[in-house]
Design a protein around this ligand. Sequence first.
Ligand code: UD1
Length: 341
Amino acid sequence: MKQKIMVTGGCGYLGSHTIIALIESGKYEVISVDSCVRSTPETMGRVKAITGVNVKNYRVDVCDRESFFKVFEENPGITGIIHFAAYKAVGESVEQPLMYYRNNLGTMMNVLEACEKFRVKHLLFSSSAAVYGDIKKLPVNEQTPMGVANCPYAHTKQICEGMIQSELVANTEMNALILRYFNPVGAHPTGLNGELSPDKPNNLIPVIMHVASGVLPQMTVFGTDYDTRDGSCIRDYLHVCDIADAHVKAMDYLVESRNTERCEIFNLGSGNGLSVLEMLAAAEKVIGKKLNYVLGDRRPGDIPAIYSDSTRANELLGWHCRYDVTAMMESAWKWERFINS
Ligand code: UD1
């Protein structure tokens, strides 16, 4: 029998790709809870176009405890939750910290309380490489200590990880995995689902794609004087479908009781650091034209380089990245043309 999984934030970028992967595994039945304040209900139409399956999204704010709990009452037998629903813009979290604490901690609190009340056994939590703060030693593995958070967003992820650890002492029926993402990019290979960026995107790939499609006239490489191989920052980019696949494998791991600790942590990164200039060269090759970019000053808060040691996820989850940087760019470009044509 299929396990019934709730995905919070299911209409978002990572949530929707994970729903597609869960359905395609054939092992999971999915319901989604997403208020759609930072996403669109149209995403479920895209999920249907790709999988042929109608996934129900409850348009409920996970912070609204009463409405959120009603979803469990209407859907008895939920065995697992994948908790994505959170705000994630670093700059915005600096400008409106309390909004970040209220939303990201509020959703976490209600998810944990629901797990206890409705006896949900398996929890996957969306964390971030941002919990490591300023990095002293590369690559980063799960033993690398958390640093001082660079922004309120990163701090909320650190606190949520602590909330899970504390709650597991009280709720002995549940097991959890904390998944720390590096830089998820790209779109579904069909080009039918991808990231809907805000009007003014900040992240590198949406900016590159907007410049390529003419939505933005020009972009800036933030810093070319870092102590890296070409002077620009290095990040660990991985394809969103690889991240989605990791969630299926992580849920399998809990369902099959392969975990040895009640709460385990996994880094999800390709293990391969690429610079901003290397990313631009890869994009130009795929798109087939020169992109209009200038070399500019450093962006405040950026760290020079970070990439993951993902050995733990490779060995224990049996997870390996299938998509390279060309596939990341090809899918992102396909999606950009789909939404901006
Ligand atoms: C950031 C956050 C991370 C968050 C992620 C997704 C930090 C330290 N990290 O990652 O916590 O999970 O976004 O929201 O803020 N760049 C340019 N020009 C641009 C845009 C970006 O050169 O127009 C460069 C940046 O300086 C950086 C790299 O591209 O070196 C990647 O930037 P970005 O996509 O914003 O991701 P991160 O900053 O790594």
